[in-house]
Design a protein around this ligand. Structure first.
Ligand SMILES: [Zn+2]
Length: 173
C-alpha cells in the first residue's frame, strides 16, 4: 500500500522552503535530500522519528514528480495533451523553451515541433519527456530555468497557494 501524506500548511521544509516548491526551484537540493532519505528509511530504528516522516514524504513526492500530467493541449495538433517539451540552446549559451514548444506523443507532432525550431534558430534542439527528474540532465546553473518551464507546463506559477501545489502532487495517482 502506498504511503499517504497529509496536508500540513507549515511544512515539510528543507532549508526553510516547502519541499513542493523545491521540486521546481531547487531540484538539486530535493534530489540530494531524497538520496539521504532512501538510505535512512532502510534503518528501522529511525521509523518513529520526525525526520522519518519527512523522508517518506519526500520519497513519495519525488515519485509523484515522475507521473504528473500536464493539462495543456498539444500546440501542434490541438487534440492530445502534451507529453514532451523541447529546448533550444546548450550549457554555455543557456536554453530557451516554454509551453508553446511542447508536443504530444504523436510522431507527426514531434516532427512539426522540430521543424519549427529549425526554422527559427540554429541553436541545438532537444526533446525531453516531461518529468521532474529531467532537470538533472541539465547543468546546475540551468536547472532553475528548466524548473520554470515545468511551472509553465503544469500551470503552477510561483504565486500558487501551497494547498494547490500540494494537490497537484498528491491528489491524483
Ligand atoms: Zn499533438
Amino acid at each position: 500500500m502506498e504511503y499517504k501524506v497529509e496536508y500540513d500548511p507549515t511544512g515539510p521544509t528543507i532549508q526553510r522552503r516547502f519541499v513542493e516548491e523545491l521540486m521546481f526551484d531547487n531540484y538539486t537540493l530535493i534530489n540530494w535530500f531524497y538520496g539521504r532519505a532512501c538510505e535512512r528509511v532502510l534503518d528501522a530504528s529511525a521509523h518513529q522519528s520526525e525526520l522519518y516522516k519527512k523522508d517518506r514524504y519526500v520519497l513519495l513526492l519525488i515519485k509523484k514528480g515522475e507521473t504528473r500530467k500536464s493539462n495543456l493541449d498539444c500546440p501542434q495538433c490541438g487534440i492530445r495533451k502534451i507529453l514532451y517539451f523541447s529546448t533550444l540552446g546548450n550549457s554555455i549559451t543557456g536554453y530557451s523553451g516554454g509551453s508553446e514548444f511542447t508536443c504530444c506523443d504523436d510522431a507527426r507532432c514531434k516532427e512539426r515541433l522540430r521543424a519549427k525550431a529549425k526554422e527559427t534558430a540554429t541553436a541545438s534542439y532537444a526533446l525531453h519527456r516531461i518529468s521532474f527528474s529531467v532537470i538533472l540532465s541539465f547543468r546546475e546553473n540551468h536547472r532553475q530555468k528548466i524548473g520554470g518551464v515545468l511551472r509553465e507546463i503544469f500551470e503552477i506559477p510561483k504565486s500558487t497557494p501551497k494547498k494547490k501545489v500540494f494537490d497537484f502532487f498528491f491528489s491524483k495517482p
